[in-house]
Design a protein around this ligand. Sequence first.
Ligand SMILES: Cc1ncc(COP(=O)(O)O)c(C=O)c1O
Length: 389
Amino acid sequence: MILATVGPGEKIIVPRNIHRSVMGGLILSGARPVFVQPVVDPQLQIAMNVTTESVAAAIREHPDAKAVLLVNPTYYGVAADIAGITELAHRHGLLVLVDEAHGPHFHFSTELPVDGMQAGADIVVQSTHKILGALSQASLLHCRRQRISVPRLETMLQLTQSSSPNYILLASLEAAVRQMAEAGPELVERALRLARTARDRIQEIPGLFCFGAERLGAPGVFAHDPTKLAVTVSGLGIQGNDAEMWLRCVGKVQAELSDWNNVLFLVTQADDQVTVARLTDALQELSREHSGGAARSQALFVPLPAEETLLALSPREAMFSRREPVSFAAAAGRICAETVTCYPPGIPILVPGERVTPAVVQYCQALRQQGFTILGPEDPTLNTLEVVA
Ligand SMILES: Cc1ncc(COP(=O)(O)O)c(C=O)c1O
């Protein structure tokens, strides 16, 4: 999607909490990202989506940008006003790309956030395998022929895909499409009903909380997909990853992911009352088992430095430059050649091409002292950082 729309040195506006596949697209294309910060929910400590105002400000400050990429929705199911942002972007001559990895079911219910194509976006990619019935890796790419060159898109797909199509994956994709064409609205309605029951039950379990409609309208939360159940466990005095491990080993339920405060579950058309009851029973047991724990203080959270880091090189230039490891404590002033992220809130602290600031060094050191896990760098202890030589 990115390779077909932006080239080396061209600007693309992207949320800062993009998936690493988007960073991969930026590195392959040589495009220069203009980052928009998502809103961080102070209670849940997770990155929500971007506001229309922040995208509008990026368009104003970068009138030469060629495209804007939106995530619809985030892993936690939070959507931005993509119809409003698309209208704004088109008025300024920008293309709109949508990462709809977690939203291939949106099209089939008005209770869900609007899907990218319906919102007027130019090109949308969906991980059909995540939420619908296709086998792992099978995805759909939708595009509007008036604004996207299909021959160029095909050329770029050929650059990045195997030249030997996998007919097992393609057949599974056709089956998933057929299933949704024939029964999409009923299947999604069933998942929504099950998710509603699960959320109501979880809200009654002592020490647990599952965010949803009450957050609508808060900054960065234009819409929410209720089939995503993000269960906040800090009220039990435990961390999200401890809860995930307990649920796997004792409760025999596999979570989708966990972070410092939350464990995420997805309710899909593949679920039924039995699987949902299994989940809520396991959460009830988790709560009982940890009922003595004092609610964990949230003061551990360290806010990201407000100071903007500076993109000195495009991610591609930084990635393909000669690199060297340097002591992280002495990295200020150097150009980072890798991505450094911490959960929460899952927003990269550094991306390839950014100049490291003293505030970022201090921030990462504080995170490490408090026991947070740093993801991305070749040296996971972050004693050293890969920088441009
Ligand atoms: C927001 C987002 N975008 C893109 C992807 C990549 O999707 P896939 O694994 O189907 O390539 C993911 C995967 O988790 C994701 O969470």
